[in-house]
Design a protein around this ligand. Structure first.
Ligand SMILES: [Zn+2]
Ligand SMILES: [Zn+2]
Ligand SMILES: [Zn+2]
Ligand SMILES: [Zn+2]
Ligand SMILES: [Zn+2]
Length: 145
């Protein structure tokens, strides 16, 4: 605190007009952000799809336990209802083996030397995230049958 405000700040909303100190009241909200101190709050967002244009916050997703299994994790947006699916897929660089073979000689002879895959860390699988829009969601379900 500066000496100027030793006996109390000169508050203008949330910011002191003398020393620029900030307090958590009297904000001048423009949607989710304060015009004066640029503090963010969790309301008044300006949603563009699932992401706020102002602060980049995403909607809340609920984990859909019943629709998920060991290789699929499904989440639904609380507000727009669209789904995000995390799918366990075969890792590309190691072809699902978890190890990448490096051959000692260029001809490929002489045996390979396995190294733990840099992408999946040896599991052979990685999680891939897809956003599913409401229209295609039904199609996907139908395709399965
Ligand atoms: Zn002050
Ligand atoms: Zn403020
Ligand atoms: Zn926002
Ligand atoms: Zn959403
Ligand atoms: Zn891998």
């Amino acid at each position: 605190m500066s000496l100027k405000c030793l006996f109390g700040h000169q508050w203008e909303g949330c910011v002191c007009s003398r020393c620029q100190a900030k307090r958590d009241e009297g904000h001048d909200w423009d949607g989710c952000k304060c015009r004066r101190c640029s503090k963010e709050r969790d309301e008044g967002h300006d949603w563009d799809g699932c992401v706020c244009k102002h602060c980049g916050k995403r909607h809340d997703y609920i984990f859909l336990n019943e629709e998920s299994d060991e290789s699929h994790k499904k989440y639904r947006c609380r507000r727009c209802g669209h789904m995000v699916v995390e799918e366990l897929v075969e890792c590309g660089p190691c072809y699902g083996e978890g190890e990448i073979l490096y051959f000692a000689s260029e001809s490929g002879m002489g045996g390979g030397c396995g190294q733990t895959c840099y992408q999946c860390g040896g599991s052979g699988k990685i999680w891939e995230t897809h956003e599913v829009l409401p229209e295609t969601e039904n199609q996907k379900l139908n395709d399965k049958e």
